[in-house]
Write a protein of this length. Structure first.
Length: 345
């Protein structure tokens, strides 16, 4: 089968590899129909995170058809159309019951890899896969794009808003204008925020943020950006801040953009080994976040919202590619020519 392999920083390529096989009773083999490139995939592509040559791709977002199931699988059968969340919760441990399956206590292999190929092995599938009514042919391409965001970015944006306790009437700052940050704007609006300040320097992303519900745009960075936020909030700061990047700069901005007692919902994968917590202490700022509770949000809120047409997160996909053009899909995101690259199989 065709599969994406990391070759070296700045290059991925399609290689022919053996088909995945069932290795455990709760495994499922998926035939991928739509996948994509995530901003977190670029850490390896840019050489910031180490990856071995010709190693398995880090792709972790997919819409798929169930191909085969392990003996312990009772909730799925071959032919089912599913969202493949990047988290693989069990559904019954203390973390999963609380809606935090990104920290599932029963699995130490809780995250997907290998979704940028024709097939993938999906472990711990009994609870974590999310069934979609019907088949791919029943949906428009625009709807399939929105459904694909439910494998990661829409759920991750929602997670930022949830752990930041965004509520009715709140003022929210969103740090980061990638797909997760833009989905964070959608999530903040869903949860009743009255004012949503999107920090973005790029016109195409600013337009989409406004379409999704942002009320204000702050294009500046660092202290100038914080000053602009304070100007917009009468020098008080936001009730909640969604940190959707993961760099030291974005975290520092998020901490300073909130009012005293604000909560920062942090979902950008951390890449700063040290953090000065002194400003956090003196402003009573809370920091929460981590891997998103994808299955929980999809089943409780997001799938229904997409199917009813209440939200349209698939608009974050601004360029489409075939699997054979996977390196071009990475380059488009790396060079900011695409907000998020969509892969059609």
């Amino acid at each position: 089968m065709k599969d994406t392999r990391f070759i070296k920083p700045g290059q991925v390529a399609i290689e022919d590899v053996p088909m995945p096989t069932l290795q455990a009773d709760d495994d499922v083999i998926l035939r991928i129909v739509r996948t994509c490139v995530c901003g977190s995939d670029l850490w390896e592509y840019r050489g910031i995170d180490d990856a071995a040559a010709h190693s398995e791709n880090g792709g972790h977002e997919a819409l798929a058809i169930v191909d085969s199931v392990g003996n312990a699988i009772t909730t799925l059968m071959p032919g089912d159309f599913v969202i493949a969340p990047f988290t693989h919760g069990c559904g019954h441990c203390a973390a999963c019951r609380a809606g935090y399956e990104g920290g599932c206590l029963n699995h130490d292999d809780n995250f997907s890899r290998g979704a940028q190929g024709e097939y993938m092995r999906y472990q711990h599938a009994e609870w974590s896969l999310v069934k979609i009514p019907g088949q791919p042919a029943d949906y428009s391409e625009e709807m399939l794009k929105s459904l694909l965001t439910l494998a990661d970015v829409m759920a991750t944006g929602y997670h930022a808003a949830r752990v930041a306790h965004v509520g009715a009437g709140d003022t929210v700052v969103v740090v980061g204008d990638g797909a997760v940050g833009l989905c964070g704007v959608i999530a903040a609006k869903m949860r009743g925020a009255k004012r949503i300040i999107a920090m973005s320097r790029h016109e195409d992303r600013q337009r989409l943020a406004l379409e999704f519900g942002a009320t204000d745009i702050v294009p500046e960075r660092d202290q100038a950006g914080i000053d602009h936020v304070m100007q917009l909030t009468n020098d008080e700061g936001a009730d909640a801040v969604l940190e959707c990047v993961g760099t030291e700069q974005s975290v520092a901005t998020a901490v300073k953009a909130g009012r005293p007692g604000a909560t920062v919902g942090r979902v950008g994968v951390p890449h700063n080994p040290e953090m000065d917590l002194t400003p956090v202490f003196f402003r009573n700022t809370a920091i929460a976040g981590g891997p998103a509770s994808v299955t929980t949000y999809d089943k409780r809120v997001l799938l229904d919202a997409v199917l009813k047409g209440e939200i349209h997160p698939g608009k974050v996909f601004t360029q489409s590619f075939s699997l054979d053009d996977i390196d071009a899909a990475y380059q488009a995101m790396d060079q900011r020519k695409a907000i998020k690259s969509y892969i059609i199989l």
